[in-house]
Design a protein around this ligand. Structure first.
Ligand SMILES: [Zn+2]
Length: 67
């Protein structure tokens, strides 16, 4: 698994799941201040990692969207 692969997995997950929403900037900053992040499926991971289900953290997903 690579970061790019995990981000692709997350976008695939978005297409087949509903009820998710990206964290706002303040929430994301709080997570990262604690050295953690969350995945779209709520798994707790390191900011630059992905969960056991192969989904990238919101930190990775949002950073990729910002380019
Ligand atoms: Zn997960």
């Amino acid at each position: 698994m690579t970061k790019a692969g995990a981000i692709r997995n997350a976008h695939g997950w978005f297409e087949t799941n509903s009820g998710w929403a990206p964290p706002d900037a303040e929430t994301l900053a709080e997570w990262e201040a604690d050295g953690v992040s969350r995945c779209p499926d709520e798994c707790l991971v390191a900011p630059d990692a992905w969960c056991e289900h192969g989904l990238a953290s919101w930190s990775l997903i949002l950073a990729a969207l910002e380019g």
